[in-house]
Design a protein around this ligand. Structure first.
Ligand SMILES: C[S@@+](CC[C@H](N)C(=O)[O-])C[C@H]1O[C@@H](n2cnc3c(N)ncnc32)[C@H](O)[C@@H]1O
Length: 251
């Protein structure tokens, strides 16, 4: 049976790799590398650096893969588009798994942790449920919210409170307005600006864990212009950006 290792590699710093992740990387014959895009090539450079540094047997192969993009849920013909997308996805994965022998071991080096805002594990579990003969192993990694909290030296939860990790789109729709704190990922529109009229503080980080890391913290109303300027400058320089932040209301 083919084995697929879904390895969390941490959100930026190669030192975030766990011993379990390094051991798993040393078992893989093939690494499936996400293809395309400036962001992907930047992240793949970090992945390649990890393979170079931590894999002692250099007999592995790299196989590029591209995940077909999926139409938004609110666009016309969405159901047909999802079926079309699933068919394309299955064809892509079939081609990838053909790269592995019957008992081969392949690995996905998933950014951060594989269980947080990443589709790899869901797709593999769907394929397993659909009858594909696959063994799956998941290795946890240090996620962007953990890296953010460590770099700013803050806890994600207030005493006895829940932790909310959510998306920029949902916060833009007002989801976090009534919460005392929230960690926000996948925000391309700086929706934290909606908290400018409040006393909320922001702990913001871009390219966390990498040599390009940028950190800004303070009341939203005081630092939002600084974040905007640093974000635009960095995005123009790199061609892509990944940032995460926590919004916290005063106690
Ligand atoms: C598709 S999600 C993947 C999250 C990843 N699985 C994790 O555990 O962190 C991508 C989002 O994670 C956040 N992110 C990931 N790495 C980051 C980093 N090094 N610095 C800042 N934000 C990061 C950004 O919000 C980005 O839009």
């Amino acid at each position: 049976m083919r084995t697929l290792l879904v390895i969390g590699i941490g959100a930026g710093n190669p030192d975030y790799l766990t011993v379990q992740a390094i051991n798993a990387m040393n078992r893989a014959e093939v690494f499936f590398m996400p293809d395309k895009g400036l962001e992907k090539s930047g992240l793949n450079a970090i992945r390649l650096g990890m393979l170079d540094r931590f894999v002692t047997n250099k007999r592995y192969r790299l196989v590029d893969f591209a995940i077909p993009s999926r139409r938004q849920a609110d666009t016309p013909g969405y159901r047909d588009a999802v079926q079309e997308w699933r068919d394309k996805l299955e064809a892509a994965y079939r081609a990838m798994f053909a790269e592995l022998g019957e008992d081969g071991v392949g690995a996905f080096l998933v950014w951060g942790d594989p269980t947080l805002y990443d589709g790899t594990l869901r797709i593999l579990k769907d394929m397993q449920a659909a009858g594909w003969d696959l063994a799956i192993e998941v290795i946890p990694g240090i996620s962007a919210p953990q890296a953010l909290a460590a770099q700013h030296q803050v806890t994600l939860n207030r005493v006895g409170e829940a932790v909310t990790i959510t998306t920029g789109r949902r916060v833009g729709e007002g989801e976090a307005d009534a919460l005392s704190s929230a960690v926000v990922m996948l925000d391309n529109h700086q929706v934290f600006q909606r908290f400018a009229p409040t006393e909320a503080e922001i702990f913001w980080g871009a390219y966390l864990g990498t040599p390009d890391e940028i950190l800004v913290a303070g009341p939203v109303k005081d630092v939002m212009a600084e974040i905007d300027a640093k974000r635009s400058e960095a995005q123009a320089r790199h061609g892509w950006i990944m940032d995460t932040y926590m919004i916290r209301k005063p106690e």
